[in-house]
Design a protein around this ligand. Structure first.
Ligand code: WTA
Length: 653
């Protein structure tokens, strides 16, 4: 099991935070009725929530479960953009702010539901005009601008499948993702602001486009305000977004989608070098994101909800776009970095936009702690009433800091465990119901059934084991794009075809609160971003100097984990600073800056078991200085051999 940034003795955590009476009195849900409903009949629970959405045609069956393949709400027809947009137009919410966007440079743009609906319809019509139809794949490589939300919704409106690629991924990663699902269209921008500099997205995309014959059209958003970043527009293939919008029809009816039609693909890292295209479908995902947004974030009509995730990640899909918009919420979107122009930018935003519900990642909270208590203290944060975290285990110190310095000791904190694959929050306290414990994600969301198993599938009552989800849920992934066998193998063979294996270690306290320990597979969690060790290893061995490499995670105060790479080099080469720099740059070029190794360690040989498996646990100990002290090289083959032997003695071969 991987070492977790959370302390092992966390089960001794005694501090408890029951829902503040004032909060519970006004909460969307209080008492245990909702949890009981979910337990009594999970299908009836989800069906009841499906009924809160609009459907063109109701479903015939709630669940068709042929393990490990689930179909939810079969026979039902809907369009998620109808529930995100059109449905609000017949109510007073028509003129309510759907999006409040702030650029890094401070410009603000607000779109009401009516206006967002108009933009989405026009862009959907423009996509249709380019020949995009139901089932076509469309790649989106955009900064955090309004058009990113418009692009996603426009695809969903006409039944095209979007595949959003985070703007920080390299051209090579973008090309791989575009080709894997043969996207017909790419939507990008001339640039986006990040930490005072322009990220030249179109120029980056151009490099990817040299290797993506499937792309017929490229749509380029001119990032509003400021000088457009110079980029090439290739006649016939490339189109300016604003030009298409000028001539597009104002109306574009939503396609009536089957509940099981694919809504989107989102790539995430796994244990091989190739990212997995996680497939989400329309009906179940709508219901899951809607219900979790409503109850976990306790959304009220006068709230400003700010989820700080980029739309390139699943959190941005489910809790910037689909969940809150289905609830008719007002969503704040910020384009840039939290430390630009100063490290108080987030608190300044919270104070000025009077944010009520704030959802971010532990890595960000740890950075805020380091930057200092005086920064949030400068601002009036009294509008905040609920806080959330996601993406990695939160250490109790960070939890307490968040509670005191951001939440003013009055805001409940929801620590939400879920994954790209689960589509929606799976384990989390409900703010008006649950007693929160620092570092604990709490109990499964109503309608979700989880447990902890050992390798053999026996339930673990005390101590740590493997988290397991034992019943299907509406927003679960349906498959991996183009590789259903990998879907079955990765998620449903650990125990049996009924039981989903998320790849996380966990413990439970006596009251059934889950403590998530982090990944148990070869997936790292660096600043809340999933990165496969094999992906980084493949990038390194792609460099001509590297013969073999092994990548492990090392604890990091802010990022949770940092990447440490061991490399063996060809031709008796030694690792000097220039080569170290070169290798790091090579990984950035292959994958993107999020995968840049923090340290590269030279190894004359990599310690392997007799069956040839790299001993990662030993390498983690070396990387963290637990053996060999501060040694940053494994240059002596005899040392490696000796280490291997003493390790095998201790832990078995
Ligand atoms: C980790 C992000 C502890 C976990 C939504 C999971 C967490 C992976 C938590 C999924 C949490 C996410 N506590 N660990 N509250 N939330 N994780 O796919 O290891 O980017 O498997 O989805 O993040 O990351 P992903």
């Amino acid at each position: 099991m991987s070492d977790s940034p959370v302390f092992d003795d966390l089960l001794d955590e005694q501090r408890e935070f029951p829902p503040p009476a004032e909060f519970a009195a006004k909460a969307v849900v209080s008492g245990d009725g909702l949890h009981r409903k979910g337990q009594d009949d999970y299908q009836a629970f989800w069906e009841e929530h499906a009924r809160e959405l609009d459907w063109y045609q109701p479903w015939d069956t709630v669940l068709n479960w042929t393990p490990p393949h689930a179909k939810w709400f079969e026979g039902g027809k809907l369009n998620i953009t109808h529930n995100c947009l059109d449905r609000h137009l017949g109510t007073w919410r028509r003129n309510k702010a759907a999006l409040i966007w702030e650029g890094e440079n401070g410009e603000v743009r607000t779109l009401t539901y009516q206006q967002l609906h108009g933009e989405v319809c026009r862009f959907a019509a423009a996509l249709k005009g380019l020949g995009v139809t139901r089932g076509d794949r469309v790649a989106i490589y955009l900064p955090m601008i309004v058009e990113a939300v418009v692009a996603m919704l426009a695809c969903a409106r006409i039944g095209a499948i979007h595949s959003v690629v985070f703007g920080g991924f390299s051209p090579e990663s973008l090309a791989d993702r575009i080709n894997d699902s043969s996207c017909k269209v790419l939507i990008t921008a001339d640039g986006g602001w990040r930490r005072g500099a322009i990220l030249p997205l179109k120029n980056e995309a151009d490099k990817a486009l040299e290797k993506t014959p499937c792309v017929e059209h490229v749509i380029v958003v001119k990032r509003p305000a400021g000088e457009p970043f110079p980029c090439r527009i290739k006649g016939g293939r490339d189109h300016w977004y604003h030009r298409l919008m000028e001539s597009a029809a104002n109306d574009c009816p939503a396609e009536e989608m089957d509940a099981e039609d694919v809504l989107y693909i989102l790539y995430t890292s796994g244990t091989t070098g190739k990212p997995k295209g996680i497939v989400h479908t329309t009906g179940g995902y709508s219901v899951g994101t809607y219900a979790t947004s409503k109850y976990v974030f306790d959304l009220r009509d006068d709230d400003v909800f700010w989820c700080t995730a980029d739309i390139g990640w699943v959190t941005g899909h489910s809790y910037v776009v689909y969940g809150p918009l289905q609830c008719g919420a007002t969503v704040l979107i910020y384009e840039g970095a939290p430390d630009h122009p100063e490290q108080d930018r987030f608190w300044e935003l919270v104070a000025r936009h009077r944010v009520n519900v704030f959802y971010t990642a532990p890595t960000a909270i740890r950075a805020f702690m380091k930057w200092g208590d005086h920064l949030p203290a400068k601002y009036d944060l009294s509008s905040l009433r609920l806080l959330g975290t996601v993406g990695e285990p939160i250490n109790p110190e960070a939890w307490m800091w968040y509670h005191e310095h951001i939440g003013g000791r009055r805001c409940p904190i929801v620590d939400t465990w879920w994954q790209t694959e689960t589509g929606a929050i799976m384990i989390s306290g409900l703010p008006g119901v649950s007693t929160m414990k620092p570092g604990h994600a709490g109990t499964p969301f109503p309608g979700i059934e989880a447990t902890i198993l050992d390798e053999q599938g026996n339930e673990v009552r005390t101590g740590s084991g493997l988290l397991a989800i034992t019943k299907p849920w509406p927003s679960m992934l349906r498959t991996i794009w183009g590789d259903d066998e990998r879907y079955v193998q990765t998620y449903f063979t650990k125990w049996d075809a009924q039981t989903y294996f998320p790849g996380d270690g966990a413990k439970r306290d006596a009251k059934g609160n889950y403590l998530i320990l982090g990944r148990v597979d070869d997936v790292l969690n660096v600043a809340g971003h999933r990165i496969g060790t094999m992906e980084v290893e493949s990038a390194l061995v792609d460099h001509p100097a590297v013969v073999e490499s092994a990548v492990v995670g090392r604890k990091h105060d802010i990022k949770g984990e940092a990447i440490v790479a061991f490399v063996t080099l060809g031709g008796g080469r030694s690792l000097d600073d220039a080569l170290r720099y070169d290798l790091k740059a090579h990984v950035v070029q292959k994958i993107g800056a999020i995968a840049r190794p923090e340290e590269i360690i030279f190894a004359s040989d990599l310690p392997k078991t007799r069956s040839g498996k790299i001993m990662r646990r030993l390498l983690r100990d070396v990387a963290e200085g637990r053996v060999l002290g501060d040694t940053t090289t494994l240059a002596d083959g005899a040392v490696v051999e000796q280490l291997r032997e003493s390790y095998e003695e201790k832990y078995g071969g």
